[in-house]
Ligand binder design. Structure first.
Ligand SMILES: [Fe+2]
Ligand SMILES: [Fe+2]
Length: 475
């Protein structure tokens, strides 16, 4: 059941060969995907052999096989977690009924929209990261970037499979459109704004994979609860791949901080100018990058009050994070939840029906989770004996969606005037100068075991290989 059939053109564990029409449709989409990869995937990578993991089974133990492969030959395919026998819907108005193996007509449009929105983010991030390989701080990091890129490609396959199998002609059209929209394209951009932004340097990349891939985790966790069983099963397997992406982000930022605090101690200084002259990224700049990526990413959860969120939950399409572990009635009709808004120049909490506030519930769960990594980064600083603490900005800081949209609020949660905002924003968000400085550090270091000056080596290699292993062969 969980083994993957690699003898077919499209590797899969869904008995694809038994559905000739679907198989043919996906085989027609496949060359378009490869064309997209050639055009939009990692720049200049065609001839490289990369030490990648490939799924060989969906069992938690031993799903991955490692070896050097060319990325365009990566075995992208369709892998679902095994179905639970007799699975029941466990939240919303249909609670207790059998989970759906097909799409109920009345939920078709909403489910399609959910799948398309998730699917759109997957190729978008590959597009955003396409030039980063040219400035990799090490061969180890280059390999991690490429691993993430091929897996985002596979996540696209996961969503395209659902569209093709369950949504007929509309689904096939949507699958084509996923390859036609492009990140940052003026005429045909990606659906969500954060996925049209540039990922211009490796600090941004590490922040993106720590914060924004974690948004992916929370969205996938909510979809893994879905009454639509094929969606639940495919997102469960995607989550096993997502964990590595967040590891790359967390360890990447951690290694950047490690190098900075080492140099701070070496030079016995916290002077930004001196540290920049020494070629490392000062902690206040790292804090500003955190402020930016954190605030842009929490916008992705949507408006704090949303009737769509209520509909998605009540109809069983999308649950809460860890729905099964919660002790309430899983229907939430009489429940309320606190959201923030600005009234008469002050941040105030107000109680609203929980069903309408489910985006906020997911955002708050995300915030708790993402603060964990910041605590771990602070331990690196603490261990070095440096009195500096990184922190997550207030949830109302620099928001662009919902009731806080456009409000001028400091990272400490204080409402300020436009003038005060303008005077201080350079201390809160990366300035052009910060970005130019970080960009100036980006050079290509790819000899095995060598690392750019601004980042410390990792503690361990990939798959127990040494740090100086030849993770990428350039040929
Ligand atoms: Fe993904
Ligand atoms: Fe990811």
């Amino acid at each position: 059941m969980s083994g993957i059939n690699y003898s077919e053109k499209i590797p899969n564990n869904v008995n694809l060969s038994e559905d000739r029409t679907l198989q043919r449709a996906l085989e027609q989409w496949q060359p378009n995907f490869i064309n997209w990869w050639d055009d939009m995937g990692p720049e200049g990578s065609t001839d490289m052999d990369v030490y990648l993991r490939t799924a060989v089974s969906v069992d938690p133990q031993g799903w991955a096989q490692f070896g050097h492969v060319k990325m365009r030959d990566y075995r992208w395919g369709v892998f679902l977690n095994p179905g639970e026998e007799d699975r029941k819907i466990h939240f919303g108005d249909h609670i207790g009924e059998k989970a759906w193996q097909d799409v109920p007509g009345e939920h078709r449009a909403n489910l399609r929209r959910i799948i398309v929105t998730q699917g759109d983010t997957e190729p978008a991030s590959v597009e955003q990261q396409r030039h980063l390989g040219l400035t990799a701080p090490s061969m180890y990091d280059l390999r991690n970037l490429f691993q993430i890129n091929v897996e985002e490609g596979r996540h696209l396959w996961a969503m395209v499979y659902l569209l093709h199998k369950y949504f007929g002609k509309d689904g096939r059209e949507e699958a084509d459109a996923l390859l036609q929209r492009n990140s940052g394209n003026e005429d045909n951009p990606r659906i969500l704004q954060a996925f049209n932004e540039k990922t211009p340097d490796w600090l941004s990349f590490f922040m993106f994979t720590y914060f924004t891939d974690r948004d992916g985790k929370f969205q996938l966790c909510a979809l893994a609860e879905s009454a639509f069983d094929p969606l639940a099963r495919t997102t469960k397997f995607m989550l096993t791949e997502e964990a590595h992406h967040m590891f790359v982000g967390e360890s990447g930022v951690s290694r950047t901080i490690q190098r900075t605090v080492d140099v701070m101690n070496e030079l016995k200084t916290d002077d930004v100018g001196k540290l920049r002259a020494a070629g490392v990224i000062d902690l206040p700049t790292i804090q500003r990058y955190i402020n930016f990526h954190f605030s842009v990413t929490i916008d992705l959860f949507g408006a704090d009050q949303s009737s769509n969120a209520a509909t998605f939950y009540s109809s069983g399409l999308k649950g809460r994070y860890e729905e099964g572990k919660r002790a309430d009635d899983h229907v939430l009709k009489g429940n309320s939840y606190k959201i923030l808004s600005v009234e008469e120049g002050k941040l105030v909490e107000k109680e609203v029906p929980m069903l309408n506030a489910l985006n906020e519930v997911l955002r708050d769960d995300y915030i708790t989770d993402s603060k964990g990594g910041i605590d771990r980064w602070n331990r690196v600083i603490e261990k070095a004996g440096i009195p500096f603490k990184l922190k997550a900005p207030h949830k109302a800081f620099h928001r662009n969606i919902g009731s806080l949209s456009g409000a001028k609020i400091t990272p400490d949660g204080e409402v300020v005037t436009d003038e005060q905002w303008m005077a201080k924003v350079g201390e809160w968000l990366p300035s052009n100068e910060d970005r130019a400085y970080v960009a100036s550090l980006m050079g290509r270091v790819v000899e095995p075991g060598k690392f750019a000056n601004w980042i410390a080596p990792p503690v361990m290699g990939i798959n127990r290989q040494p740090v100086n292993f030849d993770y990428v062969r350039f040929n």
